[in-house]
Design a protein around this ligand. Structure first.
Ligand SMILES: Nc1ncnc2c1ncn2[C@@H]1O[C@H](COP(=O)(O)OP(=O)(O)O)[C@@H](O)[C@H]1O
Ligand code: SF4
Ligand SMILES: [Mg+2]
Length: 340
């Protein structure tokens, strides 16, 4: 397989974040189960860093807020969203960027791999034309040069006969090939950061591994950082440098993958890893219970209702910042955290 062109890049550095998400709260006006319109608190103070050149796995059960975190970062929240906090990328707060300033970042400095490639690709435009448009939107290249770059990236993502596939419509591609095209679109402008939201959902296991191998290889080759959203702990273990565990709109634990697997601190992380080691299918699915109540606004621990260790302090004391400031790379949102 041909390689993407490499660029010079700083070495991977967890302490030098390209993306810093700070205290992000997100709410929507929504109907509660009784039909009253109230604020649904979807994100409750998300704190997350993606270090330069690092691949970070964001894991959590359905509804935890993973996709909303990604959506806020790439500036695609609906206008009805009430959002506060900061999402810092290359010195700018993405939450305050709009219009052309945001377009300059999205698709160029940040590449996005959507969960559903069919929805991400325009059905009536040839894949080559979609790539060329994206390339020319962010680079002063002639149509011919952009076309060549498009063919090169199609080759780099392992599409056989890229000259011919350049002229294909999305529906003419298999699921795996369509996802490769979406990865090509995310990477073609050599972004600093790639965000991939469950990039292998719906693909069979062999194709999943091929797509993730490719994503990892290209992200590394370009010296980019990546945030990979998944509900599969195995993917985190195999492909990521750092991991962040999300529950009810907060990142409850984050740190280097090896460190978190060896010394998980949060009760939820411990359960997750224990379930995964017990090999009882997908750990998250097997331990899922009632979803948290989005209409309850709290600054206290969001896991208290499920936690076997919950103490009186857990129900009321504020817990939006990690309790272990002495461990800058392994942060835990728990009154009982003991890192390092
Ligand atoms: N427009 C909206 N109004 C109300 N709630 C929403 C809206 N969009 C998403 N949500 C809720 O936000 C929560 C987080 O969603 P999401 O980020 O998609 O979760 P995940 O990707 O972790 O499965 C879910 O409970 C979802 O129902
Ligand atoms: S703060 Fe308390 S309730 Fe929350 S996870 Fe820690 S021990 Fe459990
Ligand atoms: Mg999601």
């Amino acid at each position: 397989m041909s390689q993407a062109t490499t660029t010079s890049a700083a070495p991977p550095d967890a302490a030098n974040p390209v993306l810093s998400i700070r205290g992000v709260h997100l709410a929507f006006a929504s109907r509660d189960p009784q039909g009253a319109v109230r604020r649904a608190h979807v994100l409750n103070g998300v704190e997350l860093d993606v270090g330069s050149g690092r691949i970070v796995g964001l894991i959590g059960e359905t509804g935890a807020g993973k996709s909303m975190t990604a959506t806020a970062t790439i500036g695609l929240l609906p206008p009805s969203a009430e959002v506060t906090g900061e999402i810092l990328f290359e010195g700018a707060d993405l939450l305050s960027l709009q219009g052309a300033a945001l377009d300059k970042v999205r698709g160029a400095r940040i590449g996005f791999v959507a969960q559903n490639p069919r929805a991400a690709l325009e059905p009536v435009t040839r894949v080559g034309d979609q790539l060329v448009r994206l390339i020319q939107a962010h680079n002063s290249l002639t149509k011919e040069a952009a076309r060549q770059r498009a063919i090169d990236i199609l080759a780099a993502v392992g599409i056989p006969d890229p000259q011919a596939r350049y002229r294909a419509y999305p529906h003419e591609l298999s699921g795996g090939m369509a996802q490769r095209v979406v990865i090509a679109m995310a990477l073609v402008n050599k972004p600093q950061l790639v965000i991939a939201d469950e990039p292998t959902t719906g693909l069979d296991v062999t194709v999943q591994a091929q797509v993730l191998d490719l994503l990892q290889q290209l992200v590394r080759a370009q010296g980019a950082a990546a945030l990979i959203i998944t509900h599969d702990l195995g993917i985190v273990a195999q492909y990521c440098d750092d991991m962040a565990i999300m529950f009810a709109g907060r990142v409850v634990e984050r740190g280097p993958v090896a460190e978190v697997f060896a010394h998980p601190q949060h009760p939820y992380t411990r359960r997750l890893i224990a379930a995964s080691r017990a090999r009882i299918g997908n750990a998250l699915t097997s331990m899922k219970s009632d979803p948290p109540d989005l209409f309850r606004e709290t600054t206290a621990c969001v896991y208290a209702d499920r936690c076997e260790l919950a103490a009186a302090v857990c129900q009321s004391a504020p817990l939006e910042k990690p309790c272990n400031p002495a461990a800058p790379t392994h942060r835990v949102l728990c009154h009982l955290a003991q890192v390092p």
